[in-house]
Design a protein around this ligand. Sequence first.
Ligand code: NAI
Ligand code: MG
Length: 372
Amino acid sequence: MASTTYRVCTLPGDGIGPEIIAEGKKVLAALGEKYDVEFVCEDHLIGGAAIDATEAAGGPVSALPPETLEAAKASEAVLLAAVGGPKWTDTRMGAVRPEQGLLAIRKELGLYLNLRPVRMFDALIDASTLKREVLTGVDLIIVRELTGGLYFGGHERTMGVEGAGVGGTRGEYARDILEYSEYEVDRVVRWAFDAARRRRGVVHSVDKANVLDTSRMWREVAHNIAAEYPDVRLEDMYVDNAAMQLIANPAQFDVLVTENTFGDILSDEASMLTGSLGMLASASLGDGTALYEPSHGSAPDIAGQGIANPIAQILSVELMLRYSFGMDDAADELAAAVTRVLDEGWRTGDIADESTPAEKVLGTAAMGDKIV
Ligand code: NAI
Ligand code: MG
């Protein structure tokens, strides 16, 4: 009997989802054995798979059935693969779409923080569009506020009226409100400081404090928190400069924390520093159960062929170990295993190139086995 048991709600979803999540579970089981922890994984339906099943059962059609949500809430963590595909592209009014399952579970779990690590695997450095010198040593995380700001402020679109912008009466008028409470900022920035303390001790707080009041408040909150963390260095950076610095000198960053819209853009920018979609994981955290997933979609073009890259899914397991279970040693060991497999030249098709010998190109399950 393992000394600790954790319940993990696993959501295979659609397309390559079932193939890659199997590899995530394989890795979790191997680490559980080694670290004397039992991970009890239970599969549930989400996305297109849930739509099909609820339709077949004749009940209300749903991309996130109530059983799935209950199971997620009752678990210590959720491991998701991906949802969606050409089968469920019904755009008629009221049609249920797979992506609704994703949005709903994020909302129901109250996931207010999104985390995306960007780490250079030296073995893949030449696949990047940037120079080797720029990429050497890149290992950063982007912490993005996820449920506030511009995307969740008021939205309005009307016919223009006098006083509504320049020339407001000549056509339509629209506005979106950017708002934050101190509380929303504090919980995200504080999380970034805690993470930095366990990493290299640097937080870059990214804002537009030269223009925006929300950013001025953000900056004050960050400085107040910094006073409680003498071991962490805080750097303020304007978002436009951050966009440049991520390309010019990405190795300077350890933890980059920012508001929702800036984070959306910067995290996509940063994720491309190190290349392939098949390598990128993310975590969404709240006060309760957190959710871990690859950054890519369900890759319907290669589904069912056993050739998908499981590494993004496996690296999402690394995040789970670190941020839900505090198992940093196991997480480090997993990251080292991925590094070693890549250093030995093993590839899946998406990260192979002309120089990769055919016998070094592995399928999904074989890559999972190698990492184990
Ligand atoms: P995608 O990420 O599924 O695929 C883009 C390209 O990357 C494809 O050529 C695919 O084969 C390749 N790819 C992605 N992951 C891979 C992996 N692990 N190994 C090897 N190759 C991989 O994005 P796309 O094609 O835009 O969307 C496909 C479906 O996925 C759509 O229904 C979309 O709505 C959904 N989607 C779901 C997401 C999620 O569940 N979080 C995120 C993005 C898209
Ligand atoms: Mg985005």
